[in-house]
Design a protein around this ligand. Structure first.
Ligand code: ATP
Ligand code: MG
Length: 651
């Protein structure tokens, strides 16, 4: 693993929490770490006691690798923990969601409103025959009825499987069939960048090949023409509208299935990740509270993810609602009607805590500093990121131009599989380093190991593993226990293998280095994609970069770089040389890209992550692997033709 970028990454400033931030912070010392490390089981039990349980557990954790059970014997209901208990505590009038529609329409839902809507929807599902233990697929735009449908499932003990509203009918079909869902909740359409995506038609195509689905509930959102199939399809306003606003919740076992969610598919065929009830809710509530330093009575929190991804599950729906937070939900894209929609929305609602992704941050950098500068972002107190490694350059831009040089940046590492944040700063206690996710959270233990599974020292780099079970860990891959064992638990004995490379610096900070599948081997040296990309993005003319290792007769692999320039910068041979030399200078000659192709776009998953494996296929002129989660197939085709015709510069 290349250590050479150390200079670039670490010579920069340290960012300790400010006195002003510490003054109001929930945690400014190491006491949570002490508890979490000393007695991790007791620590998680303490966090679980923050929830309402019908019956308390008799055993905190049972761990028979690779299967964990948490809070065994405990009984609870997730919707009760997210809604009823807050209403019972007198918080019924608190806003749960400020919803901002893409066309500019808005809705405000209090905790009392949410409880009524969720109860109605739960009653409707029951009326349609959905039972405890069934699976319900949800395929909607970002409307309040999406979290409402999720919570309604939890109320009656059905597991949901949310499928991102941008997926094709085939992807929807495959996910429904894999989970054998009995019902689908969908919309007539969804707003996206000013036009209507015809979700119902896509759902109809899928349902034609989904024999398990008996019923679908269709929300009217965009008023486009749809075909309703008699006996199967029901309008939300009919079937939900006529229900009572109270609904008896199911008493769920702590280990009952809460949801199935398919991973983003960055590395290959998506996996149907299973999460259960008590442990999941415990850890999402704990992490949401402490990582975002939540003050539920005053904060306005906004996570820009879609509920179709795990970030939406854990940090739009379950964590914030369990903590009685007030959140913003936004329906559409960041560039509609203007490229400043996010900044206008922060100013409009007085957002205090903001959580987004590096891909979005790099796009905002490309769009220019003047857009956030036009809006009053002074309400912000903390900003966060998740989804990919964040390049130090992008971190500092975010800190400066969005956070006003005032807000801690929490870089949160976690996965669909981990259910909740695992590595992140505690913002009142941790001194930040741009580009580092800092340390495992209290109760979590992570270890970086070498090929043989032996922990590397500090400093050192290798493969990121997790060495203790954690409450919100995945309980398996739906229908494929063998793949579960093989993917996560077979590489390193007794440890969970995350699939990501990482290193620790001399101070013990964790730095994520990209996916192990993507790590490049040049003349016998492992080189991380993240480090080379960060060296490229460090150049003022580069907005975004992706690098891959391409088979090479002399060096084993040679580095092929794909670079997006910032607006107004001209691509030429001199710039190619300048960028190659820059990487050589910052990391070492061995990491110098052999070729650089300038491009307008990179292949990304629908959740916005760069799919380097497709770029590798392009560079090696191979057939493309699984492309079902690719956002825009045209991008790969155009990169491929340009790559082949450009005969990229070679040494
Ligand atoms: P698949 O597993 O199907 O390839 P995926 O890994 O993209 O899809 P997710 O669960 O959405 O699916 O993403 C988790 C991955 O995202 C992590 O394993 C890591 O590679 C990356 N990631 C998330 N947050 C961070 C972060 N803060 N820093 C670095 N990488 C991150
Ligand atoms: Mg993954």
């Amino acid at each position: 693993m290349a250590e050479a970028l150390e200079g670039l990454l670490e010579e920069g400033r340290l960012f300790p929490p400010s006195e002003a931030f510490k003054k109001q912070s929930l945690c400014i010392s190491t006491h949570l770490y002490n508890h979490g490390d000393g007695d991790w089981q007791g620590f998680w039990a303490t966090q679980a006691l923050e929830l309402n349980w019908y019956d308390e557990w008799h055993t905190i954790v049972d761990w028979e690798l690779p299967f964990a059970q948490w809070f065994i014997g405990g009984k609870l209901n997730v919707s009760v923990n997210c809604l009823d208990r807050h209403v019972d505590a007198g918080l019924g009038d608190r806003v749960a969601f400020h919803w901002e529609g893409e066309p500019g329409d808005t809705r405000t839902l209090t905790y009392a409103d949410m409880l009524e809507e969720v109860s109605r929807c739960a009653n409707a599902l029951r009326e349609l025959g959905v039972k405890k233990g069934d699976r319900v697929a949800i395929y909607m735009g970002m409307v309040p009825e999406l979290p409402i449908a999720m919570l309604a499932c939890t109320r009656i003990g059905a597991a949901h499987s949310v499928v991102f509203g941008g997926f094709t009918s085939q992807s929807l079909r495959d996910r429904i069939n894999d989970a054998e869902a009995v019902a689908l909740v969908t919309c007539d359409g969804a707003w996206r960048r000013g036009s209507v995506i015809d979700l119902k038609t896509i759902a109809d195509e899928a349902l034609a090949e989904c024999p398990s689905v008996q019923h679908s509930i269709v929300l009217r959102r965009t008023d486009n023409a749809v075909t309703m199939q008699d006996g199967r399809d029901h309008w939300w306003h009919d079937v939900v509208g006529r229900q009572s606003t109270t609904c008896e919740p199911e008493r769920m076992d702590s280990e009952d299935l809460l949801f199935i969610l398919y991973t983003s598919g960055t590395t290959g065929k998506p996996k149907g990740i299973m999460h259960t009830t008590g442990g999941y809710l415990t850890q999402v509530a704990f992490t949401h509270k402490y990582v975002f330093d939540l003050h539920p009575d005053t904060d306005v929190y906004w996570c820009t993810a879609d509920c179709g991804w795990v970030t939406g599950h854990s940090y739009i729906v379950y964590g914030p609602l369990a903590n009685a937070a007030t959140s913003v939900i936004y329906e559409g894209t960041p560039d509609h009607p203007g490229k400043d929609r996010f900044w206008a929305t922060i100013a409009k609602y007085g957002v205090t805590k903001f959580y987004t992704a590096p891909t979005a941050i790099r796009t905002f950098m490309k769009w220019g500093d003047d857009l956030p500068a036009q809006h009053d972002l002074s309400s912000l107190q903390l900003i966060g990121t998740v989804g990919e490694p964040i390049n130090p350059e992008a971190w500092v831009w975010y800190w400066q131009h969005i956070g006003g040089g005032r807000c801690p940046v929490v870089d949160t590492w976690w996965q669909t599989e981990t259910g909740a944040i695992m590595i992140s700063a505690l913002p009142g206690a941790t001194t930040l380093k741009p580009g580092s996710a800092t340390f495992p959270l209290p109760g979590i233990e992570a270890e970086i190991v070498d090929d043989a599974g032996v922990p590397v020292g500090t400093p050192g780099g290798g493969y990121l593993t997790l060495t203790r079970p954690w409450p919100s860990m995945l309980r398996g891959i739906w229908g494929d226990p063998q793949r579960y064992r093989d993917t996560y638990w077979s590489t390193y004995d007794g440890k969970y293998f995350a699939g990501d490379g990482a290193k620790r610096d001399a101070d013990g900070y964790f730095w994520l280095l990209g996916r192990v599948d993507d790590i490049m081997l040049v003349s016998g040296h492992n080189i991380s994609t993240t480090e080379v990309e960060s060296a490229l993005v460090d150049h003022h003319s580069v907005a975004e970069a992706a690098v891959v290792g391409k088979a090479d007769d002399t060096t084993g692999q040679a580095i092929a770089a794909f670079v997006i320039l910032r607006g107004g910068i001209e691509a030429n041979d001199a710039l190619v040389e300048e960028l190659r030399n820059r990487v050589a200078k910052l990391i070492g000659p061995i990491a110098k890209p052999k070729s650089i192709l300038f491009t307008d776009d990179l292949p990304k998953t629908r959740s916005g992550k760069i799919m380097r494996r497709l770029l590798r296929n392009v560079a090696e002129d191979q057939q493309l692997g699984d492309t079902t989660t690719l956002a825009d197939p045209n991008i790969v085709a155009s990169i491929k033709s340009r790559y082949l015709e450009s005969a990229p510069s070679e040494d």
